[in-house]
Design a protein around this ligand. Structure first.
Ligand code: UDX
Length: 491
Protein backbone atom coordinates (compact mmCIF):
# COMPACT_ATOMS: atom_id res chain seq x y z
CA UNK A 1 0.00 0.00 0.00
CA UNK A 2 1.39 3.40 -0.93
CA UNK A 3 -0.01 6.84 -0.12
CA UNK A 4 -1.36 7.81 -3.58
CA UNK A 5 -0.26 11.34 -4.55
CA UNK A 6 -3.08 13.82 -4.79
CA UNK A 7 -3.54 15.84 -8.06
CA UNK A 8 -2.92 19.13 -6.21
CA UNK A 9 0.41 17.92 -4.83
CA UNK A 10 3.34 20.35 -5.20
CA UNK A 11 1.03 23.34 -5.61
CA UNK A 12 1.12 24.18 -1.93
CA UNK A 13 3.59 23.86 0.95
CA UNK A 14 4.49 20.37 2.13
CA UNK A 15 2.38 18.89 4.89
CA UNK A 16 4.30 17.57 7.87
CA UNK A 17 2.74 15.28 10.46
CA UNK A 18 3.95 15.58 14.06
CA UNK A 19 3.17 12.70 16.39
CA UNK A 20 4.42 12.92 20.01
CA UNK A 21 4.34 10.31 22.74
CA UNK A 22 1.12 11.23 24.57
CA UNK A 23 2.75 12.79 27.67
CA UNK A 24 3.29 16.39 28.82
CA UNK A 25 7.06 16.74 28.23
CA UNK A 26 6.82 15.21 24.75
CA UNK A 27 3.67 17.11 23.73
CA UNK A 28 5.30 20.31 24.97
CA UNK A 29 8.38 20.26 22.77
CA UNK A 30 6.57 18.74 19.77
CA UNK A 31 3.82 21.37 19.84
CA UNK A 32 6.45 24.11 19.96
CA UNK A 33 8.24 22.56 16.99
CA UNK A 34 4.86 22.34 15.22
CA UNK A 35 4.33 26.09 15.64
CA UNK A 36 7.89 26.88 14.53
CA UNK A 37 7.31 24.86 11.36
CA UNK A 38 3.95 26.55 10.79
CA UNK A 39 5.65 29.94 11.18
CA UNK A 40 8.06 28.84 8.44
CA UNK A 41 5.06 28.35 6.14
CA UNK A 42 4.74 24.57 6.28
CA UNK A 43 1.35 22.92 6.60
CA UNK A 44 1.27 21.04 9.89
CA UNK A 45 -0.88 18.24 11.27
CA UNK A 46 -0.46 17.74 15.01
CA UNK A 47 -1.70 14.30 15.92
CA UNK A 48 -2.36 13.17 19.43
CA UNK A 49 -4.70 10.94 21.40
CA UNK A 50 -8.16 12.08 22.61
CA UNK A 51 -6.84 11.73 26.20
CA UNK A 52 -4.22 14.42 25.50
CA UNK A 53 -6.34 16.46 23.09
CA UNK A 54 -9.15 16.84 25.63
CA UNK A 55 -6.75 18.03 28.31
CA UNK A 56 -5.06 20.42 25.88
CA UNK A 57 -8.37 21.99 24.88
CA UNK A 58 -9.61 22.08 28.47
CA UNK A 59 -6.64 24.09 29.74
CA UNK A 60 -5.63 26.18 26.72
CA UNK A 61 -7.27 28.07 23.89
CA UNK A 62 -5.36 25.93 21.44
CA UNK A 63 -7.82 26.26 18.54
CA UNK A 64 -7.48 30.07 18.51
CA UNK A 65 -3.72 29.85 18.90
CA UNK A 66 -3.32 27.90 15.67
CA UNK A 67 -6.24 29.37 13.69
CA UNK A 68 -4.01 31.94 11.98
CA UNK A 69 -1.70 29.32 10.44
CA UNK A 70 -2.94 28.19 7.02
CA UNK A 71 -3.19 24.46 6.83
CA UNK A 72 -2.67 23.81 10.57
CA UNK A 73 -4.69 20.79 11.69
CA UNK A 74 -5.19 19.31 15.15
CA UNK A 75 -6.19 15.67 14.72
CA UNK A 76 -6.77 12.79 17.10
CA UNK A 77 -6.04 9.08 16.99
CA UNK A 78 -7.09 6.52 19.57
CA UNK A 79 -4.49 4.99 21.87
CA UNK A 80 -6.79 1.99 22.18
CA UNK A 81 -7.23 2.28 25.96
CA UNK A 82 -10.44 2.96 27.91
CA UNK A 83 -10.95 6.57 28.99
CA UNK A 84 -10.34 5.88 32.68
CA UNK A 85 -7.00 4.05 32.15
CA UNK A 86 -4.21 5.89 34.06
CA UNK A 87 -1.66 5.58 31.18
CA UNK A 88 1.13 6.17 33.72
CA UNK A 89 3.12 4.55 36.52
CA UNK A 90 3.12 0.79 36.54
CA UNK A 91 0.49 0.67 33.78
CA UNK A 92 2.47 2.78 31.30
CA UNK A 93 3.67 -0.37 29.51
CA UNK A 94 0.05 -1.05 28.53
CA UNK A 95 0.01 2.31 26.75
CA UNK A 96 3.11 1.37 24.72
CA UNK A 97 1.65 -2.02 23.79
CA UNK A 98 -1.63 -0.47 22.70
CA UNK A 99 0.09 2.28 20.68
CA UNK A 100 2.18 -0.37 18.92
CA UNK A 101 -0.88 -2.39 17.94
CA UNK A 102 -4.18 -0.45 17.84
CA UNK A 103 -2.72 2.98 17.02
CA UNK A 104 -0.33 1.48 14.48
CA UNK A 105 -3.26 0.05 12.50
CA UNK A 106 -5.25 3.27 12.68
CA UNK A 107 -2.31 5.48 11.73
CA UNK A 108 -1.55 3.45 8.65
CA UNK A 109 -5.16 3.67 7.53
CA UNK A 110 -5.44 7.40 8.23
CA UNK A 111 -2.29 8.12 6.23
CA UNK A 112 -3.22 5.90 3.31
CA UNK A 113 -6.68 7.48 3.03
CA UNK A 114 -5.56 11.12 3.35
CA UNK A 115 -7.38 11.63 6.66
CA UNK A 116 -4.49 13.66 8.04
CA UNK A 117 -4.46 16.37 5.39
CA UNK A 118 -6.67 19.23 4.23
CA UNK A 119 -8.21 19.96 0.84
CA UNK A 120 -5.23 22.12 -0.06
CA UNK A 121 -2.50 19.75 1.11
CA UNK A 122 -4.17 16.37 1.38
CA UNK A 123 -1.22 14.04 1.79
CA UNK A 124 1.58 13.98 4.30
CA UNK A 125 5.02 14.51 2.79
CA UNK A 126 7.02 14.05 5.98
CA UNK A 127 6.39 12.47 9.38
CA UNK A 128 8.11 13.70 12.53
CA UNK A 129 7.48 10.99 15.09
CA UNK A 130 8.51 10.79 18.72
CA UNK A 131 11.80 8.89 19.05
CA UNK A 132 10.22 6.62 21.66
CA UNK A 133 7.72 5.42 19.03
CA UNK A 134 10.30 4.86 16.28
CA UNK A 135 9.51 1.20 15.58
CA UNK A 136 5.92 1.22 14.40
CA UNK A 137 5.99 4.73 12.92
CA UNK A 138 9.00 3.79 10.76
CA UNK A 139 7.29 0.55 9.67
CA UNK A 140 4.30 2.56 8.43
CA UNK A 141 6.41 5.28 6.82
CA UNK A 142 8.50 2.69 4.99
CA UNK A 143 5.45 0.81 3.77
CA UNK A 144 3.68 3.96 2.55
CA UNK A 145 6.95 5.45 1.25
CA UNK A 146 6.71 8.62 3.32
CA UNK A 147 9.97 10.12 4.61
CA UNK A 148 10.24 10.00 8.40
CA UNK A 149 12.33 11.90 10.95
CA UNK A 150 12.40 11.18 14.68
CA UNK A 151 12.37 13.78 17.43
CA UNK A 152 14.01 12.51 20.60
CA UNK A 153 13.65 14.56 23.75
CA UNK A 154 16.60 13.00 25.57
CA UNK A 155 19.80 15.01 25.77
CA UNK A 156 22.60 13.68 23.54
CA UNK A 157 24.37 11.95 26.43
CA UNK A 158 21.20 10.09 27.46
CA UNK A 159 20.38 9.15 23.88
CA UNK A 160 23.93 7.87 23.35
CA UNK A 161 23.74 5.85 26.55
CA UNK A 162 20.48 4.26 25.31
CA UNK A 163 22.11 3.46 21.95
CA UNK A 164 24.91 1.74 23.85
CA UNK A 165 22.59 -0.64 25.78
CA UNK A 166 23.15 -3.61 23.40
CA UNK A 167 26.90 -3.13 23.74
CA UNK A 168 26.66 -2.94 27.53
CA UNK A 169 24.73 -6.22 27.54
CA UNK A 170 27.17 -8.01 25.19
CA UNK A 171 30.22 -6.93 27.18
CA UNK A 172 28.55 -7.95 30.45
CA UNK A 173 28.48 -4.44 31.98
CA UNK A 174 24.70 -4.90 32.35
CA UNK A 175 23.07 -5.92 34.63
CA UNK A 176 24.62 -3.39 37.00
CA UNK A 177 26.76 -4.76 39.82
CA UNK A 178 28.40 -1.71 41.37
CA UNK A 179 26.42 1.52 41.05
CA UNK A 180 29.45 3.71 41.80
CA UNK A 181 31.84 2.21 39.25
CA UNK A 182 32.53 4.05 36.00
CA UNK A 183 30.91 2.65 32.84
CA UNK A 184 33.37 1.82 30.07
CA UNK A 185 30.95 0.92 27.27
CA UNK A 186 29.51 4.36 26.44
CA UNK A 187 32.20 5.98 24.31
CA UNK A 188 33.03 9.58 25.10
CA UNK A 189 31.63 9.36 28.62
CA UNK A 190 34.10 6.96 30.25
CA UNK A 191 35.55 9.59 32.54
CA UNK A 192 32.38 10.59 34.35
CA UNK A 193 29.43 8.24 33.75
CA UNK A 194 28.83 5.86 36.67
CA UNK A 195 26.35 2.99 36.52
CA UNK A 196 24.18 5.10 38.81
CA UNK A 197 24.02 7.71 36.03
CA UNK A 198 22.82 5.40 33.26
CA UNK A 199 19.18 5.83 32.09
CA UNK A 200 16.91 4.37 34.76
CA UNK A 201 15.90 1.40 32.55
CA UNK A 202 19.48 0.08 32.93
CA UNK A 203 18.80 -0.64 36.61
CA UNK A 204 16.77 -3.74 35.64
CA UNK A 205 18.15 -6.86 37.31
CA UNK A 206 17.63 -8.92 34.15
CA UNK A 207 18.88 -7.82 30.74
CA UNK A 208 15.78 -9.43 29.21
CA UNK A 209 13.62 -6.88 31.04
CA UNK A 210 10.92 -5.78 28.53
CA UNK A 211 11.39 -2.04 29.17
CA UNK A 212 15.19 -2.24 28.79
CA UNK A 213 14.81 -4.30 25.62
CA UNK A 214 12.06 -1.97 24.33
CA UNK A 215 14.21 1.14 24.76
CA UNK A 216 17.17 -0.51 23.02
CA UNK A 217 14.91 -1.61 20.16
CA UNK A 218 13.19 1.77 19.62
CA UNK A 219 16.58 3.53 19.66
CA UNK A 220 17.88 1.13 17.00
CA UNK A 221 14.81 1.75 14.78
CA UNK A 222 15.65 5.45 14.63
CA UNK A 223 18.50 4.68 12.22
CA UNK A 224 15.90 3.50 9.66
CA UNK A 225 14.54 7.05 9.35
CA UNK A 226 15.89 9.95 7.31
CA UNK A 227 17.18 11.90 10.30
CA UNK A 228 17.16 12.47 14.03
CA UNK A 229 16.11 15.70 15.73
CA UNK A 230 17.64 16.05 19.20
CA UNK A 231 16.59 18.47 21.90
CA UNK A 232 20.08 19.72 22.64
CA UNK A 233 22.52 22.16 21.06
CA UNK A 234 26.06 21.76 19.72
CA UNK A 235 27.70 24.03 22.31
CA UNK A 236 26.17 21.97 25.14
CA UNK A 237 26.97 18.47 23.89
CA UNK A 238 29.14 18.80 20.75
CA UNK A 239 31.62 15.96 21.52
CA UNK A 240 28.86 13.42 22.25
CA UNK A 241 26.92 14.54 19.17
CA UNK A 242 30.03 13.63 17.13
CA UNK A 243 29.89 10.11 18.60
CA UNK A 244 26.17 9.85 17.77
CA UNK A 245 26.84 10.93 14.17
CA UNK A 246 28.96 7.81 13.65
CA UNK A 247 25.72 5.77 13.93
CA UNK A 248 23.07 8.35 13.00
CA UNK A 249 24.66 10.62 10.39
CA UNK A 250 21.81 13.08 9.90
CA UNK A 251 21.33 14.92 13.19
CA UNK A 252 19.42 18.14 13.69
CA UNK A 253 20.30 19.51 17.14
CA UNK A 254 17.83 22.38 17.47
CA UNK A 255 17.41 23.24 21.15
CA UNK A 256 16.14 25.21 22.89
CA UNK A 257 12.95 24.94 20.89
CA UNK A 258 11.00 27.26 23.23
CA UNK A 259 13.49 30.05 22.50
CA UNK A 260 13.23 29.56 18.73
CA UNK A 261 9.49 29.88 19.09
CA UNK A 262 9.71 33.06 21.18
CA UNK A 263 12.13 34.69 18.72
CA UNK A 264 10.11 33.73 15.66
CA UNK A 265 6.85 34.93 17.20
CA UNK A 266 8.51 38.22 18.11
CA UNK A 267 9.64 38.60 14.51
CA UNK A 268 6.15 37.84 13.24
CA UNK A 269 4.65 40.45 15.55
CA UNK A 270 7.12 43.15 14.52
CA UNK A 271 9.43 42.85 17.52
CA UNK A 272 6.68 43.21 20.13
CA UNK A 273 6.93 40.87 23.12
CA UNK A 274 4.25 38.24 22.60
CA UNK A 275 2.01 37.53 25.58
CA UNK A 276 2.66 34.08 26.93
CA UNK A 277 -0.82 32.60 26.87
CA UNK A 278 -0.53 28.91 27.71
CA UNK A 279 -1.09 26.62 24.77
CA UNK A 280 0.50 23.33 25.68
CA UNK A 281 -0.41 22.64 29.29
CA UNK A 282 -2.14 19.41 30.28
CA UNK A 283 -2.77 20.77 33.80
CA UNK A 284 -4.63 23.80 35.08
CA UNK A 285 -2.09 26.57 35.59
CA UNK A 286 -2.27 28.49 38.88
CA UNK A 287 -1.02 32.01 38.16
CA UNK A 288 -1.39 33.26 41.75
CA UNK A 289 2.25 32.30 42.26
CA UNK A 290 3.30 35.15 39.95
CA UNK A 291 1.74 37.69 42.34
CA UNK A 292 3.49 35.95 45.24
CA UNK A 293 6.81 36.08 43.36
CA UNK A 294 6.31 39.79 42.66
CA UNK A 295 6.25 40.38 46.41
CA UNK A 296 9.57 38.57 47.07
CA UNK A 297 13.03 40.19 47.06
CA UNK A 298 15.26 39.87 43.99
CA UNK A 299 17.10 36.54 43.65
CA UNK A 300 15.66 35.06 46.81
CA UNK A 301 13.41 32.15 45.75
CA UNK A 302 14.11 28.53 44.86
CA UNK A 303 11.49 27.11 42.50
CA UNK A 304 10.69 23.42 43.11
CA UNK A 305 9.04 21.21 40.50
CA UNK A 306 9.41 17.58 39.58
CA UNK A 307 7.77 17.71 36.16
CA UNK A 308 4.75 15.91 34.82
CA UNK A 309 5.32 12.24 35.65
CA UNK A 310 7.39 12.04 38.86
CA UNK A 311 5.69 10.21 41.70
CA UNK A 312 7.06 10.23 45.25
CA UNK A 313 6.10 8.76 48.58
CA UNK A 314 4.66 10.82 51.39
CA UNK A 315 7.92 10.30 53.31
CA UNK A 316 9.94 11.74 50.45
CA UNK A 317 7.60 14.71 50.22
CA UNK A 318 8.12 15.36 53.93
CA UNK A 319 11.94 15.16 53.58
CA UNK A 320 11.85 17.78 50.84
CA UNK A 321 9.48 19.92 52.85
CA UNK A 322 11.62 19.76 55.99
CA UNK A 323 14.76 20.46 53.98
CA UNK A 324 13.22 23.50 52.31
CA UNK A 325 11.84 24.92 55.56
CA UNK A 326 15.11 24.25 57.43
CA UNK A 327 17.13 25.95 54.68
CA UNK A 328 15.41 29.23 55.67
CA UNK A 329 15.28 30.15 51.97
CA UNK A 330 12.08 31.22 50.20
CA UNK A 331 10.53 28.57 47.98
CA UNK A 332 7.78 28.17 45.39
CA UNK A 333 6.70 24.56 45.03
CA UNK A 334 4.59 23.11 42.21
CA UNK A 335 3.01 19.92 43.59
CA UNK A 336 0.83 18.09 41.04
CA UNK A 337 -2.36 16.69 42.55
CA UNK A 338 -1.22 13.18 41.52
CA UNK A 339 2.44 13.48 42.52
CA UNK A 340 2.36 11.86 45.94
CA UNK A 341 1.90 8.14 46.15
CA UNK A 342 -0.01 7.53 49.36
CA UNK A 343 1.36 4.60 51.37
CA UNK A 344 -1.41 2.88 53.27
CA UNK A 345 -4.80 4.01 54.55
CA UNK A 346 -5.00 7.19 56.52
CA UNK A 347 -1.37 8.06 55.84
CA UNK A 348 -2.20 11.04 53.69
CA UNK A 349 0.11 13.31 55.63
CA UNK A 350 -2.60 15.93 55.94
CA UNK A 351 -3.74 15.26 59.48
CA UNK A 352 -0.37 15.23 61.13
CA UNK A 353 1.72 17.91 59.42
CA UNK A 354 4.00 19.35 62.12
CA UNK A 355 3.35 23.00 62.96
CA UNK A 356 6.97 23.94 62.14
CA UNK A 357 6.33 22.97 58.52
CA UNK A 358 3.08 24.86 58.10
CA UNK A 359 4.51 27.88 59.92
CA UNK A 360 7.77 27.79 57.94
CA UNK A 361 5.81 27.52 54.71
CA UNK A 362 3.48 30.37 55.60
CA UNK A 363 6.49 32.58 56.25
CA UNK A 364 8.64 31.73 53.28
CA UNK A 365 6.89 29.30 50.98
CA UNK A 366 4.10 29.12 48.43
CA UNK A 367 2.58 26.07 46.80
CA UNK A 368 0.57 25.57 43.62
CA UNK A 369 -0.60 22.51 41.71
CA UNK A 370 0.95 23.53 38.39
CA UNK A 371 2.94 26.70 37.69
CA UNK A 372 3.59 28.70 34.50
CA UNK A 373 7.14 27.31 34.66
CA UNK A 374 8.88 29.25 31.89
CA UNK A 375 7.61 32.52 33.34
CA UNK A 376 8.45 31.48 36.88
CA UNK A 377 12.05 30.67 35.97
CA UNK A 378 12.40 34.04 34.25
CA UNK A 379 11.04 35.96 37.23
CA UNK A 380 13.70 38.18 38.85
CA UNK A 381 12.96 36.76 42.32
CA UNK A 382 13.88 33.23 41.29
CA UNK A 383 17.54 32.22 41.53
CA UNK A 384 17.48 28.44 41.96
CA UNK A 385 15.55 25.42 40.68
CA UNK A 386 15.09 22.07 42.42
CA UNK A 387 14.13 19.87 39.50
CA UNK A 388 13.65 16.25 38.44
CA UNK A 389 15.90 17.15 35.45
CA UNK A 390 13.59 16.55 32.52
CA UNK A 391 15.29 18.02 29.46
CA UNK A 392 12.61 20.69 28.88
CA UNK A 393 13.08 21.91 32.44
CA UNK A 394 16.88 21.98 32.15
CA UNK A 395 16.81 23.99 28.91
CA UNK A 396 14.21 26.39 30.32
CA UNK A 397 16.42 26.87 33.39
CA UNK A 398 19.56 27.47 31.31
CA UNK A 399 17.71 30.04 29.20
CA UNK A 400 16.50 31.81 32.33
CA UNK A 401 20.04 31.73 33.81
CA UNK A 402 18.93 29.74 36.86
CA UNK A 403 21.30 27.14 38.44
CA UNK A 404 19.71 23.91 39.62
CA UNK A 405 19.64 20.99 42.06
CA UNK A 406 18.67 17.75 40.32
CA UNK A 407 16.67 14.96 41.88
CA UNK A 408 16.20 12.64 38.88
CA UNK A 409 13.20 10.35 38.86
CA UNK A 410 13.46 8.15 35.77
CA UNK A 411 14.39 7.64 32.10
CA UNK A 412 16.97 10.14 30.77
CA UNK A 413 16.97 12.17 33.99
CA UNK A 414 19.71 10.13 35.72
CA UNK A 415 22.11 10.97 32.86
CA UNK A 416 21.06 14.62 32.65
CA UNK A 417 21.60 15.24 36.36
CA UNK A 418 25.16 13.88 36.04
CA UNK A 419 25.79 16.23 33.11
CA UNK A 420 24.43 19.17 35.12
CA UNK A 421 26.83 18.53 37.97
CA UNK A 422 30.07 17.29 36.38
CA UNK A 423 29.99 18.25 32.70
CA UNK A 424 28.18 21.60 32.56
CA UNK A 425 28.80 22.39 36.26
CA UNK A 426 25.58 24.42 36.44
CA UNK A 427 24.23 22.78 39.59
CA UNK A 428 24.20 19.85 41.99
CA UNK A 429 23.11 16.22 41.65
CA UNK A 430 21.04 14.78 44.53
CA UNK A 431 20.47 11.47 42.77
CA UNK A 432 19.24 8.51 44.88
CA UNK A 433 19.19 10.53 48.10
CA UNK A 434 16.19 12.10 49.77
CA UNK A 435 17.10 13.39 53.22
CA UNK A 436 16.11 16.66 54.83
CA UNK A 437 19.69 17.55 55.87
CA UNK A 438 21.01 17.03 52.34
CA UNK A 439 18.13 19.05 50.87
CA UNK A 440 18.84 21.85 53.34
CA UNK A 441 22.59 21.81 52.61
CA UNK A 442 22.21 21.68 48.84
CA UNK A 443 19.66 24.50 48.80
CA UNK A 444 22.07 26.68 50.78
CA UNK A 445 25.06 25.65 48.68
CA UNK A 446 23.16 26.57 45.51
CA UNK A 447 21.61 29.79 46.77
CA UNK A 448 24.41 31.09 49.02
CA UNK A 449 27.73 29.26 49.40
CA UNK A 450 28.47 28.37 45.76
CA UNK A 451 26.06 30.75 44.14
CA UNK A 452 28.59 32.78 42.13
CA UNK A 453 30.30 29.73 40.69
CA UNK A 454 27.02 28.18 39.45
CA UNK A 455 25.61 31.50 38.29
CA UNK A 456 28.67 32.15 36.15
CA UNK A 457 28.54 28.69 34.57
CA UNK A 458 24.83 28.87 33.77
CA UNK A 459 25.21 32.41 32.38
CA UNK A 460 27.97 31.13 30.07
CA UNK A 461 25.70 28.36 28.72
CA UNK A 462 22.84 30.82 28.40
CA UNK A 463 25.00 33.04 26.21
CA UNK A 464 26.01 30.03 24.09
CA UNK A 465 22.38 28.98 23.74
CA UNK A 466 21.34 32.47 22.65
CA UNK A 467 24.16 32.49 20.08
CA UNK A 468 23.06 29.07 18.92
CA UNK A 469 19.47 30.13 18.15
CA UNK A 470 20.53 33.46 16.62
CA UNK A 471 21.04 33.84 12.86
CA UNK A 472 24.12 31.87 11.80
CA UNK A 473 24.22 29.87 15.07
CA UNK A 474 24.23 26.06 15.13
CA UNK A 475 20.63 25.50 16.29
CA UNK A 476 19.39 28.23 13.97
CA UNK A 477 21.17 26.62 11.00
CA UNK A 478 20.06 23.11 11.93
CA UNK A 479 16.45 24.22 12.18
CA UNK A 480 16.77 25.99 8.84
CA UNK A 481 18.27 22.85 7.29
CA UNK A 482 15.43 20.79 8.75
CA UNK A 483 12.85 23.06 7.08
CA UNK A 484 14.73 22.99 3.76
CA UNK A 485 14.98 19.19 3.93
CA UNK A 486 11.22 18.90 4.53
CA UNK A 487 10.66 21.05 1.42
CA UNK A 488 12.99 18.79 -0.59
CA UNK A 489 11.02 15.72 0.53
CA UNK A 490 8.02 17.20 -1.27
CA UNK A 491 9.86 17.58 -4.61
C1 UDX B 1 10.44 14.13 31.18
C2 UDX B 1 11.30 14.11 29.91
O1 UDX B 1 11.19 15.26 29.14
C3 UDX B 1 11.04 12.94 29.04
O2 UDX B 1 11.98 12.93 27.97
C4 UDX B 1 11.15 11.70 29.82
O3 UDX B 1 10.96 10.57 29.02
C5 UDX B 1 10.13 11.73 30.93
O4 UDX B 1 10.35 12.84 31.74
P1 UDX B 1 8.58 15.68 32.09
O5 UDX B 1 8.48 15.05 33.44
O6 UDX B 1 7.32 16.19 31.54
O7 UDX B 1 9.18 14.71 30.99
O8 UDX B 1 9.66 16.85 32.29
P2 UDX B 1 10.21 18.03 31.36
O9 UDX B 1 10.89 17.54 30.15
O10 UDX B 1 11.01 18.90 32.23
O11 UDX B 1 8.89 18.78 30.89
C6 UDX B 1 7.98 19.32 31.79
C7 UDX B 1 7.35 20.54 31.15
O12 UDX B 1 6.23 20.93 31.92
C8 UDX B 1 8.29 21.73 31.08
O13 UDX B 1 8.23 22.31 29.81
C9 UDX B 1 7.76 22.69 32.13
O14 UDX B 1 7.88 24.04 31.79
C10 UDX B 1 6.31 22.30 32.24
N1 UDX B 1 5.82 22.52 33.62
C11 UDX B 1 6.21 21.72 34.64
C12 UDX B 1 4.95 23.55 33.85
O15 UDX B 1 4.60 24.31 32.92
N2 UDX B 1 4.48 23.74 35.12
C13 UDX B 1 4.84 22.97 36.16
O16 UDX B 1 4.36 23.22 37.28
C14 UDX B 1 5.75 21.91 35.91
Amino acid sequence: EKQVPHPQENLCPPRVLLFPLPEQGHVNRMLKLAEVLALAGLHVTFLTTPFIHNRLTRHNDIETRFASYPGFLLKTISDGLPEDHPRSGERKMELFISLNTVTKRLLKHMLATHQLGSNLSPSVSCIIADGTLAGFTTDIATELQIPILHFHGFCACAFWACSSIPNLIVTGELPVRDMDKLVTGVSGMESFLRFRDLPSFCRASDTKDPILQGIARETRHISRGQGLILHTFEELEGPILSHIRTKYPNIYSIAPIHTHLKLKLKLKHANKEVSSQPFNSLFEIDRTCMTWLDAQPLNSVIYVSFGSTTVMTNDQLMEFWYGLVKSKQRFLWAIRHDMVHIQGEGDDGKNNIPAELTEGTKERGYMVGWAPQEEVLEHPSVCGFLTHSGMNSILESIMAGVPMICWPYHADQQVISRCVSVMWKIGLDMKDVCERNIVEKMVNDLMVERREEFQKAVDDYRRLAIKSVSEGGSSYSNLDRLIQDIHKMND
